[in-house]
Write a protein that binds this ligand. Structure first.
Ligand SMILES: Nc1ncnc2c1ncn2[C@@H]1O[C@H](COP(=O)(O)OP(=O)(O)OP(=O)(O)O)[C@@H](O)[C@H]1O
Length: 303
């Protein structure tokens, strides 16, 4: 369990994390989302004792990072996969980590096998691809077999096979009862990987819920109706608008908000129009996320 209480961090006059209070429970994958610069990495760094909060607390299993007797056994993290000496082999890098944390040397071969790097363990990290470095970073996080794991953008640079592998790893780590907090900008991937979401914007908590609750709360449900005849589309759209619905046209389809599938079907029947399709359309996590964070981005694009 990770507990944040009124966690706040300022850099000069910029507040990177602003009174964040949230629990990250065990046995689940929690997706940590937010626009660029919203404070995700700073939050993770404070959990790991790499940054000191100005006010508030971050604890891992009830204790501050600095108070953990053997930190790698309590919490593992992948923050920056590039932060490895390029002249060392993957195996030596992990061995140094294991020895300085009082962990058995045998863990090195175990985690190398887990992440699929056994064959290249003796090669210099400087020769590794981005994806191999990500795997090595994940191996480092797993080294102490910790109950709490933090991953900052773990699928960065991975090919689709690697992305799927990370997804399965996260799910199985949570399935073993561990606390898994993972940040990502890949919404479709988060929708597949995470059980819960913590969303922040400008350092503040915007949402803390299950993925399904988040989508339901942050996107309007839509009904899509397909009508092959343009005249029919106009008739139905006018009737639905008169009843207060919001209707937009996309090719031969109408997208209807503010009316359920039953009432759209009844309106179509009442208007005598020909339908080729009528369905409820649930929003994706990406749509819901974009709606929630529209006002929170530091560097919004011009549309
Ligand atoms: N060491 C630092 N010194 C000054 N400002 C910093 C420092 N670290 C972070 N910041 C600022 O704090 C804010 C939060 O940054 P942070 O890296 O935590 O965001 P993030 O959500 O992880 O972003 P991204 O998705 O781009 O990785 C940003 O405005 C950033 O510029």
């Amino acid at each position: 369990m990770i507990k944040l209480r009124e966690l706040t961090k300022r850099y000069g006059d910029r507040t990177a994390v602003d009174g964040l209070t949230v629990d990250i429970p065990p046995g689940t994958v929690t997706g940590f989302l937010g626009p660029n610069g919203s404070g995700k990495s700073t939050t993770m760094r404070m959990v790991l004792g790499l940054d000191r909060p100005d006010t508030g607390t971050a604890t891992v299993n009830g204790r501050h990072y600095a108070g953990l007797a053997c930190p790698l056994r309590e919490v593992g993290a992948l923050l920056d996969a590039a932060a490895v000496h390029p002249g060392r082999s993957g195996a030596r890098h992990l061995l140094a980590m294991a020895r300085s944390n009082g962990l058995a040397d045998t863990r090195v071969d175990e985690v190398l096998a887990t992440v699929g790097l056994s064959d290249v363990a003796g090669k210099r990290v400087g020769t590794y691809s981005l994806g191999m470095r990500q795997r090595l970073g994940i191996a480092g996080a797993l080294l102490g077999d910790p109950p709490v794991l933090l991953f900052d953008e773990p699928v960065n640079g991975l090919d689709p096979d690697g992305v799927r592998w990370v997804r399965q790893l996260m799910r199985s780590l949570a399935g073993e009862g561990r606390t898994v907090l993972v940040s990502s900008h890949l919404m479709s991937e988060m929708q597949l990987t995470a059980d819960r979401l913590v969303v922040i914007g400008r350092g503040r908590l915007l949402a803390d819920s299950t993925v399904a609750e988040f989508i339901a709360a942050n996107s309007a449900a839509e009904v899509r109706v397909r009508l092959p005849r343009a005249a029919d589309r106009e008739v139905l759209a006018a009737r639905l608008r008169a009843a207060g619905a919001l209707v937009t046209a996309h090719g031969d389809e109408l997208a209807v908000r503010g009316a359920g599938v039953e009432s759209v079907g009844e309106a179509a029947h009442g208007s005598g129009v020909l339908l080729h399709g009528l369905a409820e359309h649930s929003a994706s996590l990406e749509q819901a996320y974009l709606e929630l964070t529209a006002d929170e981005t530091e560097y919004a694009g011009v549309h």
